[in-house]
Design a protein around this ligand. Structure first.
Ligand code: PEP
Ligand code: MG
Length: 313
């Protein structure tokens, strides 16, 4: 079959036999969002709201937050946008949510855990997001970072709905959450897999440590096996399972993730056309075959090799 090049991608995320796999973008600013829209992203799969406040000393007021979120949502009026609530801590510290000295910040009070101590900060952010959603006309969903249990997911979903937002989801980036995917999906409308942190916690390997990059390789079969579990839970419950970590930006891995059950892939704008084109190259059955080969591989290099040979023809 004739290969579609990235330049020729038609902007509709789907496999060659028409199975939809949404190709969406990771953004943290209006500039990112504009670049993502220009690259043909079908929406936003991860808006990292903490990126708006890396330099803020104090919590921004609701109206200030509303305006900041509106700027990022505006290029996606009428399109789906997943807004992640503040993911402060470890590699993304926020001065106004400083948890003090922790011996292991990556295992500390971070992400949604901050909101258990200070729910009013979360509620103010949700109010601002609801306002920005109304202002922009984007189809906004909200998701929480660093969720470990179904009870945490249910707690978050209740607050999202109380703020007048209709779609609540959570990130799956802690191994316990992956192992509880079915129970978590029962409590929320969707999940999105954060492969950067999921790899870090599965392999006990700091994502910032260059020396451990091999363990953090998204082609690690052990990581793919967890993703497969989550994908299966999504199919069983009929709910969307996205991938929004770096893994989703690799065009060769994109088909594998689709074969494992991902219903959307979210990545940096620059990767959007190549991933869209890669998904269009083969039918879902071929991606499922590639996924099976990757799951059965002994290591990342062998997984890549096996998938390459299946997708080469
Ligand atoms: C992830 O952990 O994979 C993710 C998408 O979130 P972040 O990189 O912002 O931690
Ligand atoms: Mg993360």
């Amino acid at each position: 079959a004739e290969r579609a090049s990235a330049a020729e991608w038609n902007g509709v995320g789907e496999t060659a036999d028409g199975e939809p796999v949404k190709v969406v973008a990771n953004v943290g600013s209006n500039a990112d969002a504009s670049a993502a829209a220009a690259a043909g992203a079908q929406g936003v799969g991860l808006f990292r709201t903490e990126f708006c406040y890396l330099a803020a000393d104090d919590e921004p007021g609701v109206e200030t937050q509303r305006a900041a979120y509106h700027e990022v949502l505006a290029p996606f009026a009428g399109k789906p946008v997943v807004v992640r609530t503040l993911d402060a801590g470890a590699d993304k510290p926020l001065a106004f949510l400083d948890m003090g000295d922790e011996p292991n910040p990556a295992l500390g009070v971070r992400g949604l855990r901050v909101a258990f101590d200070r729910p009013e900060v979360l509620d103010r952010q949700l109010t601002a997001i609801a306002g920005a959603a109304a202002d922009s006309g984007a189809e906004v969903s909200v998701m929480a970072p660093m969720v470990a249990t179904a009870a945490e997911a249910a707690w978050f979903a209740e607050r999202v709905r109380a703020a007048g937002l209709s779609r609540a989801g959570v990130m799956i980036e802690i191994p316990a959450a992956a192992l509880s995917a079915r129970e978590i999906l029962a409590a929320v409308d969707f999940v999105s897999i954060g492969t950067n942190d999921l790899a870090q916690y599965v392999f006990a390997a700091d994502r910032m440590a260059g020396a451990l990059a091999e363990l953090n390789d998204p082609w690690q079969p052990a990581l793919l096996r967890l993703i497969e579990m989550i994908g299966r839970a999504g199919r069983e419950l009929g709910k969307p399972v996205g991938v929004c970590g770096e893994a989703a930006s690799d065009p060769l891995l994109a088909g594998v993730l689709a074969g494992l059950g991902a219903t959307s892939l979210s990545m940096a704008a620059a990767a959007v056309p190549a991933v869209g084109a890669a998904l269009a190259e083969h039918p879902m059955a071929t991606f499922q075959k590639a996924a099976e080969a990757a799951l059965a591989a002994a290591d990342p290099a062998k997984a890549r090799e096996a998938v390459k040979s299946i997708l080469a023809h």
